[in-house]
Design a protein around this ligand. Structure first.
Ligand code: ZN
Ligand code: ZN
Length: 322
């Protein structure tokens, strides 16, 4: 499959419409300041770590252990977000044991993309208002022309996190709010971020036998991994609602972008996903790059997950673009 630039006309200008949509509330005062500072920390601290890691790599001070730690923690990070936060929690596309649920949600929390209530409410709001006023991160609401598209793709990539509004917990995620077992992972979010930084540091230090090796493990398996994996993940909201193939009829601008799909374990197949949000796999054809879908199918075969939901051929045919 090849990707193509989308040619839909731009949506109405301005992300800030006359009134907030149902489920979205304004954030003022200390609440807004806390949200914005947190967002800046999430954007800038991993960037600083990535810069230091890059410097070490360019100076030839990157060890094999650093590379392995980067790879392993990237896998846990992306697997936790895509299988845990997204396909399990936000869309309920399969069932699993409390143990595997915990593993997925702890790994997802290590991504520093926000605690589960933030993540799930933001994401369900994205589906509710996809590419319309109210979508927290649409690249298609920022004016016409090339400038509007560039402004949109930048806004949908990162600055959307600075918006002075909040997605309602009761409106978008009453099921998770009412589940004490799930809410535990929300309350302990900070702990898992620390674990995702401390573990690669400890492993790096133990293998390399020095504080410098521990610091290097912290950089490659921790901060640089968070930076690069989240840059890829945020492309799902920015690039994949603008650039890519659209095999299905959806009432938004979602697109399948293979480059992003490979980097995000299948999430870049946004057009497939918006056509079938309740499906555990984002690849409709088996060969579409969807590592998380392939893994979940495998986990299903050995009984780690069950009740995997996906559309039948009739439903797929019905949604095909003319
Ligand atoms: Zn989307
Ligand atoms: Zn989704």
């Amino acid at each position: 499959m090849t990707t193509q630039t989308n040619v839909l006309p731009p949506k109405p200008a301005s992300a800030a419409g006359p009134a907030l949509r149902p489920g979205v509330a304004p954030l003022t005062g200390a609440g807004a300041t806390i949200k914005q500072i947190t967002a800046l920390v999430v954007m800038l601290v991993p960037l600083a770590g990535f810069a230091l890691a890059l410097q070490r790599a360019l100076e030839g001070r990157m060890s094999t252990t650093d590379l392995v730690l980067f790879g392993v923690f990237y896998f846990l990070h992306m697997g936790g977000i895509t299988m845990g936060f997204h396909r399990y929690l936000a869309h309920k596309t399969f069932n699993t044991s409390p143990f595997f649920e915990g593993l997925l949600l702890i790994c997802g929390s290590m991504a520093a993309q926000g605690p589960i209530m933030f993540w799930v409410t933001t994401h369900r709001r994205h589906h509710t208002y996809s590419d319309q006023h109210g979508d927290p991160h649409s690249p298609n609401l920022h004016g016409p022309g090339l400038l509007g598209r560039l402004r949109g793709i930048w806004y949908a990539h990162m600055p959307w996190m600075l918006a002075k509004d909040v997605s309602g917990w009761n409106f978008f995620a009453p099921d998770i709010l009412a589940n004490r077992k799930l809410f535990f992972y929300h309350r302990t979010y900070g702990l898992w971020i620390v674990l995702g930084l401390a573990l690669p540091a400890a492993i790096g230090g133990a293998v390399g036998g020095s504080w410098d090796a521990a610091f290097s493990g912290f950089l490659f398996g921790g901060l640089a991994r968070i930076f690069l994996a989240n840059q890829a993940a945020w492309c799902v909201g920015s690039v994949c609602h603008m650039i890519g193939g659209k095999p299905f009829k959806t009432d938004d601008n979602s697109a399948n972008n293979w480059t992003v799909a490979i980097l995000t374990f299948g999430e870049g197949l946004q057009n497939n996903h918006h056509a079938f949000p309740g499906s555990y796999r984002h690849g409709v054809k088996w060969w579409e790059p969807d590592l998380s879908g392939w893994l979940l199918a495998g986990f299903g075969k050995i009984g780690v997950v069950w009740n995997l939901r996906s559309p039948d051929e009739k439903a797929v045919a019905k949604m095909r673009a003319r």
